[in-house]
Design a protein around this ligand. Sequence first.
Ligand SMILES: [Zn+2]
Length: 231
Amino acid sequence: MFKELKREAYEANVALPRHGLINLTFGNASAIDRSKAVFAIKPSGVDYVALKPDDMVIVDLEGRTVEGTLNPSSDTPTHRRLFLAFTAIGGVVHTHSSYATAFAQAGRPIPIFGTTHADYFSGEVPVTRKMTPEEVVGPYEWETGAVIVERMRSLKAEDCPGILVNRHAPFAWGPTAAKAVESAVAIECIAHMAFVSLQLAPGLTPIESELLNKHFKRKHGPGAYYGQAGR
Ligand SMILES: [Zn+2]
């Protein structure tokens, strides 16, 4: 069962090391089937090289394993929290990609300095507040999702396809698992560029609003014209 969904999650997971976003086994991707209210996610601790589509674990929105012999990723409750909160997303990706993680560890949002960033985000890549000791010793992975949802309260998931969890690393999402991978790649890329830009110009200010709006809106929303129609 769930062959297509497992394949979608598998393809997203194996794309992560291919894009250089994964060291060891730090990271995971999931894909949801909203009509069946289940998602497929990477099994816990399995090396990407050994991963097979059938290894994907099917979990429902109450957190119960529906199908699969392996344990789901330990980050499964975070994915579930995001799927419940952002009802238009189809996939979630978590990595510890180096530059984005450096911003997360420093507790700093990634400022929006240029058009590469503005192609994906309508503003900075936000950072969550630090988690409290109670949240860390409690249901940690669920609470990780909760601090993301809290920070996103004033933002739209489609305008802001990812976030940095303070002291931790990025989480990204999109309308499909493949698009969530693209968001994760973009976050790492713009984190790297922002880091270098700040070295070249420590007092650099954010991109001008007309240039930001031009780039964001030509790819997103009703007037979008970038790319090929229907693809
Ligand atoms: Zn992590």
